[in-house]
Design a binder for this molecule. Structure first.
Ligand code: PLP
Length: 407
């Protein structure tokens, strides 16, 4: 059924319009393959994989098989996969665990996710700037590493969650290995894993963090690849279930779902990336034409789709002058369009984005930040709906007496 047919059918049945979901970077729907793999583990199969009897052994086998799949997808040995409760725990384990094993400064880019930024603030070190396209400044990284040759860990995300910039990890790895050969390299591949071949992209990294719910798996599960020989201590103590690096009874359904999602993702990656990039480009070009004073973040003006080569296929980030994101998101939500300003704090309120500040987006326009992120379920109908609703919502806000600044 096409999206238009779905909408018509919904109207005939007196149901509310279907939602146009453009917040896949926040979480993407569970893939049917993941759901099917998980269901038995939410029902008749329930063993604790650490036990010794048959029911437990069956759960252990499921974890072992999932581990093989995840290792294949991430390009590591099965023994190098540490299952966690998600991307946040994987990032925390990476930064805090390495510093606990080998104290020293940690170097991160200025655009890392809070799951890296906050542990980094805790352990200390330096940040490296990015350019106007959001790409890490390799000369600045070189200079920082020369200044801090005892750097213990360098963390550069594979792709950014707010604006979608993919970082040149191979180049980063070359620089780190040359200038600070003792440093451990960590990459947060939570967003990248939804679109890119992480095994290839992060081949040079010692630590790789991923999360289930960004790749079509469930929420509350993730993994950290810890390559053999990497100095690291556990951040959570207990039964030592994951190679003594992570304790806690395994989330069997979650782990099985994560593996199934990664396998499905690998099967569909290329086709989905092409399809979604075309949708994103149509959406971007349409909105830029329809909304005066809307700017695409991290993209040089006037280059069209070519200017987006360094972005994940599903991400479109805009700043829209003369409006506030919160008010816009409210109107979009009313029109059943789900989007995000990409930098909400846990309370749901918007907070200033350190990513936009690092990219040099003028503070006068960051108030009107909007992230539209597409994913594996996105359709032409979603794009049509946003093209229909968003320019009108912006015009309405701009004409409201309370509009803060003229566009
Ligand atoms: N890192 C990045 C880049 C993310 O986008 C996210 C989630 O938004 C995380 C880490 C945290 O992952 P999780 O939600 O699984 O804790």
């Amino acid at each position: 059924m096409t999206a238009t047919n779905a909408a018509t059918m919904a109207a005939v049945l007196g149901m509310p319009d279907p939602v146009a979901y453009l917040d896949h970077a926040a979480t993407t729907p569970l893939r049917p393959e993941a759901r099917a793999a998980m269901l038995p583990w939410l029902g008749e199969r329930f063993g604790n994989p650490s036990g010794a009897h048959g029911v437990a052994r069956a759960a252990r086998t499921a974890i072992d098989e999932a581990r093989d799949v995840v290792a294949g997808a991430l390009g590591c040995a099965p023994t190098e996969v540490v299952f966690t409760s998600g991307g946040t725990e994987a990032d925390n384990l990476a930064l805090q665990g390495v510093v606990a094993a080998r104290p020293g400064p940690v170097v991160v880019t200025a655009v890392e996710h809070h799951a890296v930024m906050h542990p980094w603030e805790h352990v200390g070190g330096r940040t490296v700037p990015v350019d106007a396209r959001g790409v890490v400044d390799i000369d600045a990284l070189t200079a920082v590493l020369k200044e801090l040759p005892d750097t213990t860990l360098v963390s550069v995300m594979a792709a950014n969650n707010e604006v979608g910039v993919v970082q040149p990890l191979a180049e980063v790895t070359r620089v780190v290995r040359r200038i600070a050969p003792g440093a451990v390299i960590h990459t947060d591949a939570v967003q990248a894993a939804a679109w890119l071949d992480v095994a290839d992209l992060a081949a040079g990294a010692d630590l790789i963090a991923i999360s289930g719910h960004k790749v079509g798996g469930p929420q509350g599960v993730g993994a950290l690849v810890v390559r053999r020989g990497t100095p690291i201590r556990p951040s959570m103590l207990g039964g030592g279930q994951e190679r003594e690096l992570r304790s806690g009874t395994h989330n069997v359904a979650g782990i099985v779902g994560l593996a199934a999602a990664l396998a499905a993702k690998a099967d569909h990656r290329e086709a989905e990336a092409k399809h979604v990039a075309a949708l994103r480009d149509r959406l971007a070009d349409g909105l830029l034409a329809l909304i005066p004073d809307a700017r695409e973040t991290a993209v040089a003006a006037g280059q069209g789709a070519r200017g987006r080569d360094h972005l994940l296929p599903g991400t479109l980030h805009l700043t829209i002058a003369g409006i506030e994101s919160e008010a816009l998101l409210f109107l979009l939500d009313e029109a059943r369009v789900c989007a995000s300003a990409a930098s909400a704090c846990a309370s749901g309120a918007q907070e200033a984005s350190h990513v936009l500040a690092a990219i040099g987006v003028p503070v006068t326009t960051t108030a009107g930040a909007l992230r539209l992120s597409l994913g594996w379920t996105s359709t032409d109908g979603d794009v049509d709906r946003v093209l229909d609703v968003l320019p009108a919502a912006v015009a309405r806000l701009r004409s409201a007496p309370s509009a803060r600044t003229a566009p």
